[in-house]
Design a protein around this ligand. Structure first.
Ligand SMILES: Cc1ncc(COP(=O)(O)O)c(C=O)c1O
Length: 389
């Protein structure tokens, strides 16, 4: 049984989560509950696979192992009902690298790409860095969870002649696990307006019952004709630093276009550590994941209860998946700057500012609960200290 309560010292390991903030904010003793990695060791079998590699000691160019394809095909079939062929899997050094590569052949500069508001910030960065037009459709809040505004999406498809939509499925930061019905209705609209969907499914394995993950391909019989999925095991098994991912593309024409762009950018070679880690995680990680999910759920329950008891003015979105929580601090009337600065400099606790996820993220913060519960409890207590002043 994995002991997720075990604290692990990460300071001094060049951790983005723990180390960079110390210089960024010029403070000691900051407690990071931000960026999406977990403060847990990777599964032992993954670490053993790395140890075997290091014992052998030769780190030359590595071919993509056949057993990696087999492991991905098994995982995606058993957990996500996908029926994949080897040729439909393309490796990238990260989901963002894959999505960035994809927008290049499928849109021209100045053409419009639609994303939600709020959504994972790099989507907007990728679009603007590539000189495409950024269009957002705001998510509405209904019964404490985000819902898509299909009328607004349709209006924007028409008005901006949207070519591509980048979908976050499940949704970061709201933790929504979009239902089959929601995805079906979105997909039908995309089909009607010939919008290609790039579905980012990196959080696909972090789903809490009774919610069920629906891969975009599975939401409609022909949806894989106009969509590509991008995913990885790096969130699932806390391997974000290996920067490895894969795209799933069933449509031959789309796949050829993406492959050509990947080769044009010479991105087709994948580092050895990524290949070894991915294969080991998918082959051996079922038990670890089965232990992780209840731990994350317990942390979410703890957090909800804590806010209800100590800071009932904070509105919490209960995640259906992911280890991220979207918190609404608007009742305190602080500006985004005041909220962020007081949490950092008075509370010494770091969350992701909501405004970075889009204009509707004003006065919100994103909280990462994937750490030993004692650390989470300390972080939440620091938030209380700031807000009860
Ligand atoms: C929705 C989403 N997509 C992509 C990423 C980053 O993936 P990668 O490191 O593989 O580029 C993250 C990381 O937090 C994420 O939440």
């Amino acid at each position: 049984m994995t002991n997720f309560d075990q604290p692990i010292e990460r300071i001094g390991s060049n951790s983005v989560k723990w180390d960079t903030i110390l210089t960024m904010y010029n403070e000691d003793d900051l407690l990071p509950l931000w960026i999406a990695d977990m403060d847990f060791r990777a599964p032992t079998d993954v670490l053993s696979a790395y140890q075997a590699l290091l014992t052998h000691g030769v780190l030359g160019y590595t071919d993509i192992p056949q057993d990696l394809y087999t492991a991905i095909i098994r995982w995606e079939r058993e957990r996500h009902h996908l029926d994949l062929k080897k040729k439909e899997i393309l490796f990238f050094s990260g989901v963002l690298a894959g999505i960035t590569t994809a927008i290049q052949p499928f849109t021209k500069p100045e053409e419009a790409i639609l994303i939600h508001d709020p959504v994972y910030p790099p989507f907007a960065t990728i679009i603007t860095n590539n000189k495409r037009k950024l269009v957002r459709s705001q998510l509405n809040e209904k019964d404490g969870r985000f819902v898509m505004d299909l009328a607004d999406i349709e209006e924007k498809f028409k008005r901006y002649q949207i070519k591509v939509m980048i979908l976050c499925n499940p949704h970061n930061p709201g933790g929504r696990v979009w239902t089959k019905d929601e995805l079906q209705r979105l997909g039908e609209l995309c089909k009607k307006y010939a919008v290609l969907v790039l579905s980012d499914e990196i959080h696909q394995d972090l789903i809490f019952p009774p919610h069920e993950m629906t891969s975009f391909f599975c939401a409609g019989t022909d949806f894989s004709d106009f969509s590509l999925q991008f995913t990885s095991m790096t969130k699932t098994f806390n391997l974000a630093g290996i920067k490895n991912s894969y795209a799933l593309i069933k449509n031959d024409t789309l796949r050829k276009q993406l492959l050509a762009k990947q080769e044009e950018n010479f991105q087709q070679e994948i580092n050895t550590f990524g290949l070894i880690g991915m294969a080991a995680a998918y082959k051996t990680g079922d038990t670890w994941l089965a232990e992780l999910l209840p731990y994350l759920q317990a942390n979410i329950t703890y957090t909800v209860k804590f806010f209800h008891e100590h800071l009932p003015k904070v509105k919490i979105m209960q995640p259906e998946g992911t280890y991220l929580m979207w918190l609404d601090f608007s009742a305190y009337g602080l500006s985004d700057e005041e909220l962020e600065q007081s949490l950092i400099h008075k509370g010494k606790v770091v969350l992701n500012p909501g405004v970075s996820y889009g204009p509707s993220g004003k006065q919100h913060m994103r909280l990462n609960i994937a750490c030993p519960q004692a650390i989470l409890a300390e972080g939440l207590q620091r938030i209380v200290t700031v807000l009860s002043e």
